[in-house]
Structure formats: C-alpha cells, structure tokens
Ligand binder design. Structure first.
Ligand SMILES: Cc1ncc(COP(=O)(O)O)c(C=O)c1O
Length: 393
C-alpha cells in the first residue's frame, strides 16, 4: 500500500532568511574566504562553548585535521567503537594510526567505557568517542581514564551539536572535536563541517591545513606546510549562519518529534525505542532509530525496511558496523562475532523518517506502516503472543 505522500527519511529545513543570506553572498564579489567564514566560525565557537572553530568542507575533513593536530601516526593506536559512520575510524587510517575497537553499551550505543581498559596496550595514544545519534558519551569516565594515561581525547561530535552533560557541551571535553553539516544533520551547510577546540595551536594549524598549508600573512602562492583544500565557501557559511541562529528552536522541534514517536511506539511491543537520557544529559536528536527486539533477525529487519520503502516511507539501517565493512575485513582481518553488541544492535536498527517539521499525521502513517510490516513478518516467523511474552509486556 503506497502512501499518497511519500515521507522522506530526512528533510533539510531552509528558511526564507537562510535563503536571503545565501543570495546576499551570491550578489557580492566574494564567494570564498570572505566575511561569512569568520562570522560562521565565531557563531559556531559560541554554540560549541569552545574558544575556536575552524569551518571546513566536511565532518570527515574536520576529524582528519583533529587527528593530524594530535600528532597521531604510524605505530599509534586510538581506542574507538565500531558502531559509527566509517569516517570516524578512516580519519585515523589517513594518518597511519590504527583504530582499536571496543564494543558499545547496548542501551546508549556509545562506547562502553568499562571495556576500554581491556583494549589498552603500549601503543595506545588516544581515545575517540563518538556521540552516537546525538547522545553524549560518558565523558567523565573517558576523560578520567585518558588523564591517567595522558591520552589525547578527540570527540566525534558530528551527530551531536548542542548536546550537553551537566551544561557542558559535546565537543568541548577533549583536545578537539568535529561537527558535520550534511543535509541530514540538525543544521546544514549543504556540505560542510567544523573542527572546534580550545587549543590555539590546533586552531592555527587547522586553518593552515584547510587552505593548502598557507600561513596567516603569506601570499596566495606561499605554502608553509603540506596542506589540503578543505575550505568551506562563503555560500555554505552564509547558510550555516542562518541555520545556527535557529539551533535552539531546531533542537526543540526535533526533541518534541522524538518524544511523540516514543509515545506512539509504546503500542508496538516488537521494538525498542531510544533509551531515556541520563539525568543532567541533553541529547541533540540527529536521527530517530528504533531497534527490533533480539528475537528478530537481520533478514527480518531488512524485510521490514523493504516493506516500509514499498509504502513510500524513507528508512534505513543505522549503522553498518565499521569492522564489517569490506576493506576493514580484508585489511585487518575482522570477522562477524568480533564485537557482539555492535552486531546485535546494528542488525536490528531502523531509522524512521525524522526532521524538524515531521507532522503528527506523518508519524501516524509511519507507525501504521511499521506495524503492518512487522505484522506480516510475524505471521510467517514467530507468533505475536510469543513476541509479547519475550518482550515482557
Ligand atoms: C559519526 C560521524 N562521523 C563522521 C561523519 C562524517 O561527516 P561528513 O559526511 O560531513 O564527512 C559523519 C557523517 O555522517 C558521522 O555521522
């Protein structure tokens, strides 16, 4: 049954004011390295609670520069988790450093700090926690472990702009952190990202690296060091300024959509909704990801995704574990079974349509389609009463 109006998985929210800011740049003479770049960076640093922000062309570029600024390289290992987007460990490989994976907490989907000590060896130089889906990691425990061992802490905050723990913002706990602004993110610049830090040296180096290794006062054809073109144009920055000025209201809208989904899904016993956040923690909702109960298989989940898509409902699995990506298996010998919690979760996740202006009627449609998809599945696989018993409801 195809819904008359398809519902996308995500949808950018570009306001008339955002458009005007972009048009103003396009009407002027400077499309890149103009006034929008420092203006966006100033607003970002304020929103992140850090001294410096360096805007770049993607979250991946930002994280790469975090790793480079930390001086990580061949022979170094960095502790991180495999339940993430592949870029979060690729950025270590770019510099010749190795990710050392530890499994996740089955409730938060973030790195399980209790497992970190078991992954430490003489090559360990840092820890790279990922605030998965916008839920802050246990930074107190992570920073405590890191301080004892003198490790560098780099936060992958690509999904967590505006999240906080006891008032301290995600991205401000380590040496540096990254944000990402792809159109499915809380705020977008089309493509884009930013490195944030309190360390003047890191900020200065990142600004040089993003601009072909140029120095502060040097000419266009003078290059102080090996650099990249990771620049973010003024067109993108203008959009970012508009979006960032609405961050609080955007995060509120997303939180209320998430809350309403959770209430509606109370009547679907086959799914596990996102866990409530801990006291003092504020989540920045990036995606709304449910998980099928353990009795379901990956094949069941894939059939549900197919069925939802068949009804015009945008959805996806989130994430595909990094250690099971083809080249990680080929290069490093990872196998299924290496990180059981990550695999258990990743095999059963379903990201539902989620964006600022998702309406109650659209949510009703999504939940009805989900129930239909699960219903047709359970007829062939396992009976609903069995499931309800297993779910303890
Ligand atoms: C956790 C995480 N890290 C890194 C990135 C990379 O960001 P980008 O796609 O902007 O390069 C993303 C983007 O989706 C992400 O979700």
């Amino acid at each position: 049954m195809l819904n008359s109006q398809p519902i996308p998985l995500s949808s950018p929210d570009v306001s008339p004011q955002d458009r005007q800011l972009v048009l103003d740049v396009l009407s002027g003479p400077t499309l890149s390295l103009g006034p929008m770049l420092p203006a966006f960076e100033k607003a970002l640093a304020a929103a992140a609670g850090t001294q410096y922000a360096v805007a770049v062309n993607s979250g991946t570029s930002a994280l790469h520069l975090c790793v480079k600024a930390a001086g990580l390289g061949a022979g170094d290992e960095v502790i991180t988790s495999p339940f993430s987007f592949v870029a979060s460990s690729n950025c270590l490989l770019f510099e010749g450093a190795m990710p050392r994976f530890v499994d996740i907490d089955p409730e938060t989907y973030n790195i399980d700090p209790a497992l970190i000590p078991g992954a430490v060896n003489e090559r360990t130089r840092g820890v790279l926690p990922i605030h998965v889906f916008g839920r802050p990691c246990d930074m107190e425990t992570i920073n405590h472990l890191a301080a004892r061992k003198n490790w560098v802490v780099i936060e992958d905050s690509c999904e967590a702009i505006g999240a906080s723990i006891n008032g301290k913002l995600a991205g401000s706990f380590g040496q540096s952190a990254c944000f990402a602004f792809y159109p499915n993110k809380q705020i977008t610049t089309g493509e884009g990202g930013a490195l944030i830090t309190d360390d003047e040296r890191v900020a200065r180096l990142a600004k040089s690296w993003r601009n072909q290794g140029r120095g502060d006062g040097g000419s266009w054809l003078q290059h102080e060091r090996l650099g990249y073109n990771y620049r973010l144009s003024d067109v993108n920055c203008a959009l970012g300024i508009g979006q960032l000025s609405r961050l609080d209201s955007i995060l509120q809208m997303r939180e209320s959509v998430a809350r309403e989904y959770t209430a509606r899904l109370a009547e679907v016993p086959e799914v596990i909704v996102p866990a409530p956040v801990k006291e003092g923690t504020v989540m920045s909702w990036f995606v709304y990801v449910i998980r099928l109960r353990d009795e379901f298989s990956r094949a069941d989940r894939d059939r549900i995704l197919e069925s939802l898509r068949g009804e015009g409902i945008g959805c996806n699995n989130y994430f595909s574990p990094i250690h099971l990506q083809d080249f990680y298996q080929k290069e490093f010998g990872y196998r299924r079974g290496d990180f059981p919690v990550t695999e258990l979760v990743a095999d059963r996740t379903i990201a539902l349509p989620f964006f600022n202006h998702l309406s109650p009627a659209q949510m009703e449609t999504v939940v009805a389609s989900l129930k239909r998809a699960i219903g047709s599945l359970s007829r062939g696989v396992v009976s609903v009463p069995e499931l309800a018993a297993a779910a303890g409801r």
